[in-house]
Design a protein around this ligand. Structure first.
Ligand SMILES: Nc1ncnc2c1ncn2[C@@H]1O[C@H](COP(=O)(O)OP(=O)(O)OP(=O)(O)O)[C@@H](O)[C@H]1O
Ligand SMILES: [Mg+2]
Length: 333
């Protein structure tokens, strides 16, 4: 067990994801999770609309002549007006096309923690591993989020997302193994040895790619495809429905791409520790949820044998919370 801070209630794990932000905090002997869509939508300002939002307790901010509704409620408003929600983050980092990106993330974090201002609590947040050729953007994202969370009153540390999976899931192997988070914008991978990350990378093909590509094929909005996917899509071959077939094709691409990158990256890594024992591989993140994902991933692994022995391959019991739990554990240390 990682040695933990006895004042555990003062720590926060914060999974800053492209599609959702998840918080984890201690409550007595339990972990309390909170989650909100990392999204927003704007509607024209009127005193009447503002009054309605207040009454309904819908989170919003007013700027210029616009009301910005953020978090889970943004989806309802986007549906009402037949538009897509907008995203403060894209592919794991702040979205450069959205000027208010940091401000919206700050509002959503405040909504989740329930505190306008932190009280010096230790907070660990997730950062993606750099995709090949884009490390500068990740560093800038990391700095901006560190500053914003510091200004909010927390003692802040960033942790690679794949490593957070290792912290949250691999106590029994003494934090040695491969942690993978398949999210909206990215798949993040971390190979850790005794809690130390020895290889981390990310791949920019994950849930959003599946939604966007499938939407192009079916002529729908990507948001609609995402909702269909989350409402019980199963990865069990082509079953005749246009939407299901499209989702299946692009899910297969994401899995193939992930396993091939895993094999190539481990094979070409210059300084991996020489392991005598087999290690676990654990998958987390929303994209691993559909029934049949695990079997497809396992088949792809069989076809592309990794240069390390695996003791087990499994999906986290709580794929959407696993990263925030690992971050909380890191914050407690
Ligand atoms: N019940 C579900 N069934 C299928 N897919 C789901 C389900 N819930 C969420 N997803 C998908 O998982 C993805 C989001 O996963 P997650 O919340 O782990 O990502 P994120 O952390 O926000 O993004 P990233 O890590 O890439 O920055 C989205 O593509 C979403 O549609
Ligand atoms: Mg994530």
């Amino acid at each position: 067990m990682l040695e933990t801070d006895p004042q555990g209630s003062r720590a926060v794990g914060l999974d800053l994801g492209t599609s959702r932000i998840v918080s984890a905090q201690c409550q007595d002997t339990d972990i309390l999770f909170g989650t909100q869509l990392n999204a927003f939508t704007t509607i024209p300002f009127s005193k009447l609309t503002e009054g309605v939002l207040k009454k309904e307790r819908i989170p919003y901010v007013v700027q210029d002549s616009l009301i910005t509704v953020y978090g889970d409620e943004s989806e309802r408003f986007a549906n009402l007006f037949h538009t897509e929600t907008r995203r403060p983050m894209r592919r794991g980092i702040l979205n450069p096309d959205e000027l208010a990106n940091t401000a919206i993330v700050r509002e959503i974090v405040t909504l989740l923690t329930g505190e306008k201002k932190g009280r010096g609590q230790k907070l660990c947040f997730s950062v993606p591993a750099a995709p090949v050729g884009a490390s500068e953007q990740v560093v800038s994202h990391q700095h901006q989020m560190t500053r914003m969370l510091g200004d909010l009153g927390y003692e802040v540390r960033s942790i690679p997302e794949g490593l957070a999976v290792v912290y949250g899931e691999m106590e029994s192997s003494n934090y040695t193994g491969i942690g993978i988070s398949c999210g909206g914008g990215l798949c993040n991978v971390c190979f850790a040895y005794l809690s130390v990350p020895v290889l981390s990378f990310s791949i920019p093909k994950a849930g959003d790619f599946i939604d966007a590509q499938s939407a192009l094929v079916t002529g729908d909005l990507a948001t609609r495809l995402r909702v269909q996917k989350e409402l019980g899509f199963r990865l069990n071959g082509m079953n005749g429905s246009r939407v299901n077939n499209a989702l299946t094709v692009y899910y297969d691409q994401v899995i193939e791409n992930l396993v091939k990158s895993l094999k190539e990256s481990i094979s070409s890594a210059p300084r991996l520790p020489k392991l005598t024992q087999a290690i676990p591989l654990v998958l987390a993140g929303g994209t691993v949820i559909p029934e049949g994902f695990f079997e497809r991933f396992r088949d792809a692994l069989q076809a592309n044998e990794l240069p390390v022995k695996l003791s087990e391959v499994r999906v986290s019991a709580e794929p959407l919370n696993a990263i925030a739990r690992g971050l909380l554990m890191a914050a407690l240390c």
